[in-house]
Ligand binder design. Sequence first.
Ligand code: SF4
Length: 327
Amino acid sequence: MFDFQLDRIVAWIRDGGYSSVALQLPEGLKIRATEISDFIIDSTGVDILVVGYPCYGACDLYDYKGKTDALVHFGHSRIPSQGDDPNVLYIESRSDATMDASVMDVLGDLPQRIGLLATIQYIDLIPAMRSILESTGRTALVGEGDRRIAYPGQVLGCNCSSAESVIDDVDAFLFLGEGDFHPLAAAFGVKKDVIVLNPITKEVRDMAETRDRILRKRFAATQSAKGAQSFLVIVCSKVGQNRSAEADGVISKIRSHGLKAYKAVMEEITPMSLMAYRVDAYVNTACPRVAMDDSARYERPMLTIPELDIVLGDSEWADYRFDQIRP
Ligand code: SF4
């Protein structure tokens, strides 16, 4: 069960004296929007505006100013480098799952030095998992991330700096979370084994096969972009995905190779939003996972920033780098 902290939201709205509040939920939690609205309206009488746009991270924070007095953002932690706004409340929707020593039965034979990672929903389990591993005589390390990361050990789909900070001191990483999206960021970023433990089902799996399958697709994308004469360089207008400076660098680099580059700003990157542009390939400076995970949806090759270097011959496939958004 995920905790929506409705009483905390109500107290925060009353303390702030707000009369209108926007609610922003990721896709998987939008189903709870009406029920959460009912509770808040019945408890406080405020006007509620449910943000209907797709939301995939705190990188995508709704610009509530001029529309409501405040914003409640669900399902993600704040991104410290985006600053602190007292009128924005983050409800991280943490899980109440627990962990005990019996988990070692499903984890099997782990190496001696383990780095611990988690999504925000399971970040509270890191201390318990650390104690369990240490009780078996192993070393368990939890790395500090950069300013895009709110908590030690936390991983975003575009940033695994908390893993990088302990990479030289661990043999493998144990990731607490569900799904492939976040552990894949660690698996792409650190080039060490990443073992995933689902804290609910206690299923254990290694990310190597999934990572290698996606890397093969990325190799195919870079191969098919070789020979491209024109590139659309995509800049995202979302606050936490805007890499305008990097996009300008990309454009200069493409032009220095005698090729054509065009810059386009967009909010949502979809096959439809790219359909009109007559170019041979795209370079996506927004969320890197659009290219990494969804490339099959696009008619032309979509590259990340480091992949462009491979296409232009400025770096080798053997030096493949995961495109991370830094603070
Ligand atoms: S940029 Fe992409 S991976 Fe990073 S937080 Fe936003 S949605 Fe997640």
